[in-house]
Design a protein around this ligand. Structure first.
Ligand SMILES: NC(=O)c1ccc[n+]([C@@H]2O[C@H](COP(=O)([O-])OP(=O)(O)OC[C@H]3O[C@@H](n4cnc5c(N)ncnc54)[C@H](OP(=O)(O)O)[C@@H]3O)[C@@H](O)[C@H]2O)c1
Length: 256
């Protein structure tokens, strides 16, 4: 069976690692990006050069019209979508509660929660045995990228981000149960602190990094490929009885 994977936020960090490794395992890969045109096209070009199938597609996951178009364009280019990874996300946020800004909160939830839910809607319409799909494809697997922040309310000043990821986990559980009898598996992965574009600037501060690493039982931050491997396992048939699960990929969690 042809496997076609759409990855939102696929031009950097965890999404990009997942794209490269998925292509090496035979997935056709659609790499969504917002601003990283050059990076997304470079990843697609290297997959094509290695004999795989890939396309880079722009789209802002805070905009419904972009999401709908992204799914249509992926299908046109690569065929029925069988797998989805929602990795697009932002962490810059409103900080402490007394500094919350309504517009910033709305944007955070538009990207991290509503955009992800609408991507799942588009996937469900195509993957569910209830709806069928182009090419007669049935079933599929989805991984939503949550965060360990969802478990403890996040590190200090990250309560809004943590709330958005808590919503991702609750949604994942509900959607997974709804879609379980329709051939769709949905799981979330909860990375701990991972070195990526999202965190590298803060982690360059040696004191900050030491503080973070001291709070992690494995005493180190994670790497993108360590999260990508876990995502690929959740997507794979090897995880065929797993749905509605939250997988912590976090070096043992963290202490605050
Ligand atoms: N790194 C960590 O420590 C960590 C820990 C736990 C969870 N996570 C989660 O892991 C996921 C991936 O993050 P990462 O660590 O790989 O960092 P990253 O490299 O910053 O990746 C996030 C990607 O999402 C894209 N994105 C942001 N807003 C978007 C939008 N509106 N539409 C489409 N794409 C958008 C970004 O592209 P632009 O820059 O062009 O917007 C970027 O390529 C996120 O959901 C994040 O919350 C990360």
């Amino acid at each position: 069976m042809t496997k076609t994977l759409l990855i939102t936020g696929g031009a950097s960090g965890i999404g990009a690692e997942t794209a490269r490794r998925a292509a090496a395992r035979g997935y056709n890969v659609a790499i969504n990006y917002r601003t990283r045109d050059t990076e997304a096209k470079a990843i697609a070009a290297s997959i094509l050069a290695n004999g795989g199938q890939a396309i880079a597609l722009p789209g802002d996951m805070a905009r419904e019209a972009d999401i709908v178009r992204l799914f249509e364009e992926t299908e046109r280019a690569l065929g029925p979508i069988t797998h989805l990874v929602n990795s697009a996300g932002i962490s810059t946020g409103p900080g402490r509660v007394d500094a919350y800004d309504a517009g910033a909160l709305a944007h955070l939830f538009a990207v991290n929660v509503i955009g992800l839910m609408l991507c799942c809607r588009e996937a469900a319409k195509r993957m569910s045995t209830k709806h069928g799909g182009p090419g007669g494809h049935r079933g599929g697997a989805i991984v939503n990228v949550s965060s360990m922040a969802a478990t403890l309310g996040g590190r200090l000043g990250s309560s809004a981000y943590a709330a958005s990821k808590g919503a991702v986990d609750a949604f994942t559980k509900g959607f997974a149960r709804e879609a379980a009898s329709e051939g769709i598996r949905v799981n979330s992965i909860r990375p701990g602190m991972v070195l990526s574009e999202m965190t590298e600037r803060r982690l360059q501060d040696a004191a900050f990094r030491a503080h973070i690493e001291a709070s992690i039982p494995m005493r180190r931050v994670g790497q993108g490929h360590e999260i990508a491997e876990a995502i690929l396992w959740l997507l794979s048939d090897e995880a065929s009885f797993i749905t509605g699960a939250m997988l912590d990929a976090a070096g043992g969690g963290y202490i605050i």
